[in-house]
Design a protein around this ligand. Structure first.
Ligand SMILES: C[S@@+](CC[C@H](N)C(=O)[O-])C[C@H]1O[C@@H](n2cnc3c(N)ncnc32)[C@H](O)[C@@H]1O
Length: 212
């Protein structure tokens, strides 16, 4: 999709002392109960609410994002909290996962990618997770008001927005540790009656089966 560093630079600059999206999401907060440490890859890490949280829980974290502003802030926040982690500036529509990880996160990322790139990255996310390792994924679906938006109203018209339920079926064969869908507002979009538009977010934590 059309990525705008200017928009993210402004967004990540708005609050200085903490990550801009607030507290880690619930599905990431569960991870320390599931695994006692290990390696983490945070895809589309932004300014690091999840990377910082898991680094503080003694995971070895690598945070990847296309936003220099996000990663600069993440590195500064890590330094200020005396946390060690790695960052990598990369366009995930081009980048291939570089190693096997115990944990891979993809939180509110794939709506920025074209369907073919998103599917390739999601497939690699599963493949490059170690047996017994965990994925935590949160994505916007097209279920809800989104299909009512025209190409002109929706800058992400061509992006990856699967149907609600797609994520669960994508992880068939893995142990589903938690799965939930709920409605979230489409920021700034209203229906003809003036009420806010909404769209379903699907979230899941799944464990890869151990090899036999
Ligand atoms: C909605 S934010 C979510 C950030 C973080 N996962 C969180 O939950 O706090 C989406 C992030 O994806 C990043 N992003 C968008 N397109 C990308 C791309 N092609 N490659 C890498 N990162 C990308 C943006 O820079 C942004 O930091």
């Amino acid at each position: 999709m059309k990525y705008s560093e200017e928009n993210y630079k402004r967004f990540y600059g708005r609050v200085v002392d903490v990550s801009s999206y607030g507290q880690p999401v619930e599905i990431v907060r569960r991870i320390p109960q599931l695994l006692a440490g290990g390696t983490v890859l945070d895809l589309g890490a932004g300014d690091g609410r999840h990377a910082l949280y898991l680094a503080a829980e003694r995971f070895a974290v690598k945070a990847v994002d296309i936003s220099q502003a996000g990663l600069d802030k993440l590195e500064r926040l890590a330094r200020e909290s005396q946390l060690t982690l790695k960052t990598l500036l990369a366009d995930l529509s081009q980048w291939s996962i570089d190693a096997e990880y115990d944990v891979i996160l993809s939180i509110l990322l794939v709506q920025h990618l074209e369907p073919a790139s998103a599917l390739r990255l999601m497939q690699e996310t599963k493949e490059r997770t170690k047996p017994g390792g965990v994925n935590a994924i949160e994505l916007f679906t097209c279920t809800g008001d989104r299909p009512a938006l025209s190409r002109e109203e929706d800058p992400d018209f061509h992006a990856f927005y699967p149907e609600d339920g797609w994520l669960r079926s994508f992880y068939r064969g893995w142990e589903i540790l938690s799965h939930e869908s709920s409605s979230a507002p489409l920021i700034g979009k209203t229906r003809t009656d003036g009420s806010p538009m909404s769209s379903v977010v699907e979230r899941l934590v799944a464990r890869k089966p151990n090899a036999h």
